[in-house]
Each structure stands twice: as structure tokens, then as C-alpha cells.
Design a protein around this ligand. Structure first.
Ligand SMILES: CC(C)(COP(=O)(O)OP(=O)(O)OC[C@H]1O[C@@H](n2cnc3c(N)ncnc32)[C@H](O)[C@@H]1OP(=O)(O)O)[C@@H](O)C(=O)NCCC(=O)NCCS
Length: 145
């Protein structure tokens, strides 16, 4: 269970761990240099949050969240950009812990909406986000450039 799981803010020493999580999440290996340059830049951004979940001292999951001010809401919104739990730790409540942790920050920061975009192929994750309380309200169109 998630009872002995702790959540902490990620820092530059977590680059390797989060890089490996992203490779598994996406099923492909981005260039490490490109990954590092984006990750280190985002760590400096006060609107960008990365959290690591640790169990018995081992990093088992992470979440990335971004806050932005959007004109059409004339307000700040928070979006979960990435979330990954190691397969052997899924179903233990760790995703839910990360959900509540990021949602609390979104509320503290005065965000009007909390969002997540999830690929339709991730059927299990879609079920998870629905269960957390997100409603399917938008269609996201993507074009590869
Ligand atoms: C989606 C994901 C983050 C969920 O994390 P998790 O730690 O396994 O989820 P939890 O154990 O916290 O589950 C919380 C609740 O959602 C439910 N749930 C979790 N996965 C579910 C699923 N596939 N279908 C239905 N319910 C699900 C759990 O049963 C639990 O409810 P309960 O407390 O009533 O039992 C995790 O499975 C994952 O990393 N998936 C692969 C990566 C991914 O697709 N990420 C999302 C892209 S942004």
C-alpha cells in the first residue's frame, strides 16, 4: 500500500531516474542531452513542478505539473503533463497520492481548473483519471511536426 510512500520535490539529481521513467512512459528513448536541457530549465521555472514518490528509499513514481495563465479562462490553470508509476507498484495508491499532492498545489496557487491530457491508447490511465474525478470535456488534436 501507499502508507510508507513519501513524496518530495524532484531536483537535478533525479535527472537519470526521471529520464528512465519518461523512456518507459513513451516507449522510446529521447536524446539524453535534449532531455537534460529541458528538465534543468523547467526546474528553474516557478510554474513547473516535478515530484518523486519514494518507497523504502527507492524512487517508484513521478509526476510533472505545469501552471499557466490562459486568456480564455482569465485565470491560472494547472495541468498534469506526465505521470508514471513503476508497473510493480501500480494499484497501491501511489498515483492517487501524486494526484492529491499536485491538486493541493493547484488549489494553493489559485488555479481555476486542474487538467490532464491523456492519450486515448492509455485506456488504463483514462480509467484512473476518471476515477480521480476528472471529466472528459475536451478533444485534443495533435499534428506531428
Ligand atoms: C495511471 C497510473 C499513473 C495510475 O497509478 P496507480 O498508482 O496505479 O493508481 P492507484 O493505485 O493510485 O489507483 C487509485 C485508484 O484508481 C483505481 N485505478 C487505478 N488504475 C485503474 C484502472 N486502470 N482502471 C480503473 N481503476 C483504476 C484504483 O483501483 C484506485 O481506486 P481504489 O482506491 O478504489 O482501489 C499508473 O497506472 C501508470 O503509471 N500507468 C502508466 C503510465 C501512464 O499511462 N501515465 C498517464 C499518462 S500522463
Amino acid at each position: 500500500m501507499a502508507s510508507n510512500t513519501t513524496i518530495r520535490r524532484a531536483d537535478s539529481t533525479d535527472a537519470e531516474t526521471i529520464y528512465r521513467f519518461i523512456c518507459r512512459l513513451e516507449g522510446e528513448d529521447p536524446t539524453r542531452e535534449e532531455f537534460d536541457s529541458i528538465f534543468l530549465k523547467n526546474l528553474e521555472d516557478p510554474d513547473c513542478y516535478y515530484f518523486i514518490a519514494e518507497k523504502n528509499g527507492q524512487s517508484v513514481a513521478f509526476v510533472g505539473m505545469q501552471i499557466q495563465s490562459v486568456l480564455h479562462h482569465t485565470a491560472r490553470i494547472a495541468e498534469i503533463i506526465e505521470m508514471f508509476v513503476l508497473p510493480e507498484h501500480r494499484g497501491d495508491g501511489i498515483g492517487e497520492l501524486l494526484y492529491w499532492h499536485t491538486k493541493d498545489i493547484a488549489q494553493e496557487r489559485g488555479c481555476k481548473f486542474f487538467e490532464v491530457a491523456c492519450n486515448n491508447v492509455r485506456e488504463r490511465a483514462l480509467d484512473f483519471f476518471s476515477k480521480m474525478g476528472f471529466e472528459k470535456t475536451h478533444c485534443k488534436f495533435t499534428e506531428r511536426l
